[in-house]
Write a protein that binds this ligand. Structure first.
Ligand code: HEC
Length: 149
């Protein structure tokens, strides 16, 4: 999770222009998230590790399907982000940028994210995909991570 957090920070810095664009670093960060999501993420939380002292809630065991779906969703988004780096060797392209109104999952796509008719992430601007990734982090933590002071 720490590696994913630092990867997300790198990608966010690149989109914000706080970090110089580097296709290899961008791709490596997306790959870090991809490799740690999906079934790898499910495998990282076996039943006997849930609950104290871990911040992983025991609810994960009761909601295996939902947890796995979140992990898989994150994986498919990270895959799209990683692929986007291949098409942008020299810098963030216009096509990678989010258009106004997309931040809430509406805009050009016209559909709420997470809905049954969710659009194909490989066809979305990479910046939008990244926002959806952050939503997955938040959604899963909100449900399955214990708040620590
Ligand atoms: C499918 C569920 C799920 C998703 C998706 C998810 N996390 Fe987590 N995350 C957890 C759980 C459960 C914990 C608490 C257990 C632990 O710390 O390993 C956690 C803990 C963390 C922590 C604190 C623990 C540490 O090692 O410092 C960070 C930071 C973190 N996640 C970052 C992220 C980021 C960034 C993303 C998105 C790119 C993300 N997580 C996506 C479930 C998820």
């Amino acid at each position: 999770m720490k590696a994913m957090a630092s990867a997300a920070k790198t990608i966010s810095g690149i989109f914000d222009g706080k970090l110089a664009y580097d296709a290899a670093a961008f791709k490596a960060a997306a790959e870090t998230i991809r490799r740690r999501s999906g079934s790898a993420m499910v495998d990282a939380f076996p039943a006997d590790t849930l609950g104290e002292p871990s911040a992983a809630k025991t609810e994960i065991e009761q909601s295996r399907e939902e947890f796995a779906a979140l992990a898989r969703h994150l994986e498919s988004l990270a895959t799209a982000l990683s692929d986007a780096a291949n098409d942008a060797p020299d810098g963030i392209t216009e096509a990678m940028r989010m258009k106004p109104g997309m931040a809430m999952g509406g805009g050009l796509l016209g559909k709420r994210v997470g809905g049954a008719a969710e659009a194909d992430p490989s066809k979305m601007p990479a910046e939008h995909v990244f926002h959806l990734i952050l939503q997955d982090c938040t959604n899963c933590h909100g449900k399955f991570r214990e708040k620590r002071r």
